[in-house]
Design a protein around this ligand. Sequence first.
Ligand code: FAD
Length: 402
Amino acid sequence: MSKPKVVILGAGYGGLVTAIRLQKQMKASEMDVTLVNKHDYHYITTHLHMPAAGTDHHDNARVAIADLIDERKIHFVKSTVSQILPEEKKVVLGDRDLSYDYLVIGLGSETETFGIPGMNEYAMSIKSINSVRFIRQHIEYMFAKSKMEPKRKEYLTFVVGGAGFTGTEFVGELADRIPVLSRTYDVDPSTVKIINVEASPSALPPGLPEDLVEYGMEVMRRKGVEYKLSTPIKECTPDGVILGNGEFIRAGTVVWSGGIRGNSLLQQAGFDVQRGRVKVDECLRSYQYPDVFITGDCSIVMSPEGTPYPANAQIAVQQGYNVARNLLYAVRGRDLKPFAYDFKGTVASLGRGEAVGLLKVKKVKGKFAALLKKVIDARYLYLIGGIPLIWKKMIFKQKTTA
Ligand code: FAD
């Protein structure tokens, strides 16, 4: 009898952890597993704000998949998925089709611009190694350009749309980078503006208590960050942003971190989606196609209270564990185990040596929180690559070229 075919799409947090757990736990004869990813590396999305601002090298935010996957157990295919055909139990890649018995979709998210005119065209967003290399180069280019055209003050104005997790972490790093760039390009740092624009009345990741938000915003303000809260961006233009109150901010750089939606391939495949994401059953399967598991930012998991859990790396990793176990149970003819999210807490970096967060209900801030953030990062590296990966990534880091 032929082995059941499992295809995993995306080597992000959800997909990669599914593959790694399977390779640890399955017998080689049990199933035929293929992992498909656009790149031959896994990128650590939660680290991307640093290379985007230029405070770290992008190589520190990625790991070669070959270093994580045992190719005797998992076939790795570097390719871009162009179509998912759940009725035919098939996926279409650039150069071939793959059929499956079970499919795991972990293709991550796309930028949600909420239909704001010009946002797709003129703003940049932090979403991949390629995008952060581009942002970093652009920032430096603006510094260089400001010296060639000193009257164009807007070259040194940086607008970040969205003050949630990604926006906050990026702004913290950018503020840390300004003194270095100012020295390199002979720029007076007081002429540089960082403006974080947010539609909701509060900055920092949702769910943090008010005193931590205040603390975080104070840290950022001390670094020179200006907040515009309760202020939606109405339009992005080649020269800046128009705010809801009509104000125009002329800026050489606009980075949009205002929201995400699920990968558009799901909607194209006919899945019922809400902002591109699929509501899954208690075992993380599609209601329409029970042989399809969906993880991470592509999925919507409801809490027992009936509200969706926020999309983040923590839930994607836990989903990966659950999906791997349920795939094993499925091929072994056992009942599947429902997913139960264990929220361990959240810590947002505010730049060098500063962070704020909640561990379950315990508040953390300052240097201790920043240290904790490093521990969380190290724990993830340990989970996917053991001590050798921690050693390689945290001890022998690529030097930033700043
Ligand atoms: P991803 O990790 O995004 O992986 C998707 C994978 O699919 C990628 O490898 C991609 O290359 C691949 N892919 C996409 N399309 C295709 C295709 N067509 N063909 C082949 N491959 C494809 N969450 C936290 O919990 N804590 C944090 O501190 C935190 N910080 C963040 C900071 C930033 C700057 C950002 C951007 C996000 C942050 N998040 C954080 C959110 C977190 O990173 C995401 O929720 C998480 O990455 C989702 O994992 P995923 O498995 O769904 O997808």
